[in-house]
Write a protein that binds this ligand. Structure first.
Ligand SMILES: [Zn+2]
Length: 235
């Protein structure tokens, strides 16, 4: 890794150049940072004009990433979160073990120290338990509605960045339990979506017809997940 200071003072962003045995230039904008991957011998002029060409796009990406970060979930004392459509207030308390407990509209996170990762763990474990209590029964409900209960093998949970749910060929359906904080209609859509994969293991027209039979407004909820799903991830 090499930080090269190019005299591109006109650029409204900083960037890092990584050279390697590659033939083309490519720009990555990730977590608020700009990285240019360049061939070993790429001239600064080439890199500079490439960056100039992509400048508007890079700035739009940076803006979007900043905004998403601001909108991300904050797990601190007094935060308000929505779970299954109910607004809950987080309370932080010191305790010997990391765990959480809900009482009425308050979820108390007991942690040994109010560190971000400890709060996150206490909260995530609690939310996972809520998801395990709620979501498998909803999957069974939709599976029965489709006459596919016999195809359902298991409902499992995993916090994956790339997708909210997944259905395996063997009939195991997996969810990212953060979706419990989505609006209830969106959560229902996701459950209907994954359950419909018990019939069609693809995203064909027939698959979407099945989803639509369970959830007529599915397009709107699908859009919500792609537009706002980042709000459900901790900052
Ligand atoms: Zn799918």
């Amino acid at each position: 890794m090499q930080q090269i200071e190019l005299d591109f003072s006109t650029f409204p962003f900083t960037f890092e150049i990584k050279r390697s045995r590659r033939k083309t230039l490519v720009i990555y904008v990730k977590e608020g940072k700009v990285e240019v991957r360049a061939p070993l011998k790429a001239s600064e002029k080439w890199i500079g004009s490439f960056l100039a060409d992509k400048s508007a796009w890079i700035q739009a990406q940076l803006r979007q990433q900043r905004q998403k970060k601001q909108e991300a979930l904050r797990l601190v004392d007094g935060s308000r979160i929505e779970v299954l459509g109910q607004t809950l207030t987080l309370q932080v308390a010191l305790g010997r073990q990391s765990w959480a407990q809900r009482s009425g509209g308050t979820v108390t996170l007991f942690v040994r120290a109010a560190h971000k990762d400890k709060l996150e763990k206490a909260f995530m474990d609690w939310l996972l338990t809520e998801a395990q209590r709620y979501m498998p029964a909803r999957v069974e409900y939709y599976a029965r509605k489709l006459g596919l209960a016999h195809k359902l093998k298991a409902v499992t949970f995993r916090r994956t960045r790339t997708k909210w749910g997944h259905c395996c060929q063997d009939g195991t359906i997996q969810f990212n339990w953060l979706v419990m904080m989505a609006p209830p209609a969106v959560l229902e859509y996701l459950i209907a979506h994954e359950t419909s994969h018990l019939r069609h293991l693809n995203h064909s027209k027939k698959f979407w017809e099945t989803v639509g039979s369970l959830c007529p407004d599915y397009k709107q909820h699908r859009d919500w997940l792609s537009d706002h799903g980042h709000r459900l991830w901790p900052a």
